[in-house]
Design a protein around this ligand. Structure first.
Ligand code: PLP
Length: 268
């Protein structure tokens, strides 16, 4: 059979992150989000988790040589238009990815994944300090309140503190920081406010809080959605706005899968 349409060349996004066998977060969420956003997803898997909607059973971190080989296989063949990083697990992996990002001109969205929604640790505590150099290579870093507190020493319980945490991340060398408001506005507030801090401005994104615990994969989905828009050529503020929009729908139309809290929807 002959091909009917002319070949298309979607922008390529590289996700450097961990595998979630439960399919809701990690590399699986990244690929679903990237493809739903009209880009082509490639991966460097840092670790393999045995997990489902109730929690993480086991984690196996890949040797850095294997992770580096995946990055190189992708780099040598594709014109990577944006990178996102997720679960990096150990200081060695954080350092490897820092070195890789230093060599790439593509925009990089760094989601500093530390703890799963189930409470399981996804980053060794001694690796937290290694993040400083990685943040210096980021186009955008997307911490939640807990991660922002670990990375900056500022616990963002208010928008003013979120802004201060974002400014510290920029002092560390990120071009911009999106401090996510899931916890900032108080768990009983009706709205969530995410605060985007760039070198020259601060922008607030307000959206209604959805009353659900099916938020597994939300951080991965947001950072992948932003990377996908950057790969399409959006400027940063537009990419962030569209990523937040997509995540708001992904949480609202969450999926009741598995015995535990479900997962966000990746194709809305
Ligand atoms: N990466 C992996 C492999 C995970 O298993 C998880 C959570 O379980 C995350 C990242 C972080 O997920 P979230 O998007 O919910 O922050």
């Amino acid at each position: 059979m002959t091909r009917r349409e002319a070949p298309v060349s979607p922008p390529v996004v590289l996700a450097i992150a961990g595998s979630d066998s439960g399919g809701g977060a990690g590399i699986q969420a990244d690929l679903k989000t990237i493809e739903a956003g009209g880009a082509f997803g490639t991966t460097a898997i840092t670790s393999v988790t045995a997990q489902n909607t109730t929690g993480v059973e086991r984690t196996h971190v890949l040797p850095t040589g294997e992770i580096d080989a995946q990055c190189e296989a992708v780099r040598s063949d594709f014109d990577v238009a944006a990178v996102k990083t997720g679960m990096l697990a150990t200081a060695d992996v954080v350092e490897l990815v820092t070195d890789r990002l230093r060599e790439t001109a593509a925009p990089a969205v760094v989601d500093p994944v530390m703890v799963a929604a189930s409470g399981d640790r996804l980053l060794a505590s001694e690796a937290e300090s290694a993040y400083e150099d990685l943040i210096a290579e980021a186009t955008l870093v997307t911490p939640n309140a807990d991660e922002a507190a670990v990375l900056t020493g500022v616990d963002p319980e208010s928008e003013a503190e979120a802004r201060e945490a974002g400014e510290r991340l920029i002092e560390t060398g990120a071009d911009a920081a999106l401090v996510k408001g899931g916890h900032i506005s108080g768990d009983d507030s009706t709205d969530v406010v995410d605060v985007l801090v760039t070198g020259d401005r601060v922008e607030r994104f307000r959206h209604p809080r959805v009353d659900t615990d099916a938020t597994h994969g939300s951080g991965c989905t947001l950072s992948s959605a932003i990377a996908t828009r950057l790969a399409h050529g959006d400027d940063l503020a537009d990419a962030v706005a569209s990523g937040i929009d997509l995540l708001a729908r992904a949480v609202r139309y969450n999926l009741d899968v598995g015995e535990g809290p479900g997962s966000v929807h990746h194709a809305v």
